[in-house]
Design a protein around this ligand. Sequence first.
Ligand code: MN
Length: 290
Amino acid sequence: MKICRYDDDRLGLVEGDSVFDVSAALDLLPAQRWPIPPGDLLIAHLDRLQPEVRRLAARAPRRPLAAVTLRSPVANPTKLIAAPLNYRLHVTESAKDAGIHHGVHQTGHEGFATPVDKFGLFLKASSALVGPGDGVTIQFPDRRNDHEVELAVVIGRTCRHVSEADAHAVVAGYTIGLDMTVRGPQDRSFRKSADSYAVLGPWLVTADEIPAPGALDLWLRVGNAERQRSNTRELLMGIERQIALASSCYTLHPGDVIFTGTPDGVDSVKPGDEMVAGIERIGEMRVAVR
Ligand code: MN
C-alpha cells in the first residue's frame, strides 16, 4: 500500500497516477492528551488503519497526483537517524574532494568492517523535515549545498536491541529521503539539520510491498542531468545491521527514520533547480530548490 499525506494534512491512498482521499480513516486514531507518547500516531496504528483505508478508497473521489501538494508521509518522528559514508564510491569521492570533506570527514576505517562501524550513525533535527511539495529552501547561499538521495527506512513500532534477524519485523515501510547537506567544517548535526534539509516522500510504501529493500535501484536528476545512480545492494552496512546498530543505542519509536546513506555523485544545487529523486518500487519525487 502507498500512503501519502497531501495538501492540508489529508491522508491519501496512491494508485498509479491517482490519489484517493481516505482522511476519514484518521478517525480511528486514539485521542491523545499530554504528555503524548513519543512517535508518529499514524505510523504506530498503520496496521489497524489499512483495512479502513482500503474500504474508504473504494468510494473515495479520485484526484490526479499532479494536482496535490505532497507532504512528508511521516509527520512526527522523534528522530531522523542517518548513516555517513555508506557507499564505497561515495567514500572515494569524499576522500578526493576537499569541497566535500573539508578536512573533517575522516574516511579511513582501519580495523572496522565499514565506516559506519567506526563512526556510528548521526542525527538530523526532526524540525528539518519537509515533503516534496514543500521544497528545499537554501539556508546558506554562499556555501556548497548538496543533494544526497537515500533509501529511507520508517520504523513501525517502539523497539530496542533489535537483532539483524528481527530487523524487518520493526519496519513499517520505505520512502525516498533527501539528506540535504551544507558542506563545511561544522558537525554533521548542524550542517544537515537546517530547515527543509530533510525531505521524505513522495509517499510511504508499506514493507509488504518491498520484500528485498537491499536490492533497489536509486537515482537523482537535477534538470535533465543524472547526478546519482546506484543500487542499495552497494550499501556498505546493510539495512538490517543499521537497524540493529541504531536500536543498540536508541529506543526506536514509530515514525523514526533511518536515512541509509548516499551513493556517489553528490553535488550542489541552487535556487531554481528541480531535483527528481527516485527509488525502484517506490517511485519518483520532484523537489524544487528555492
Ligand atoms: Mn547522507
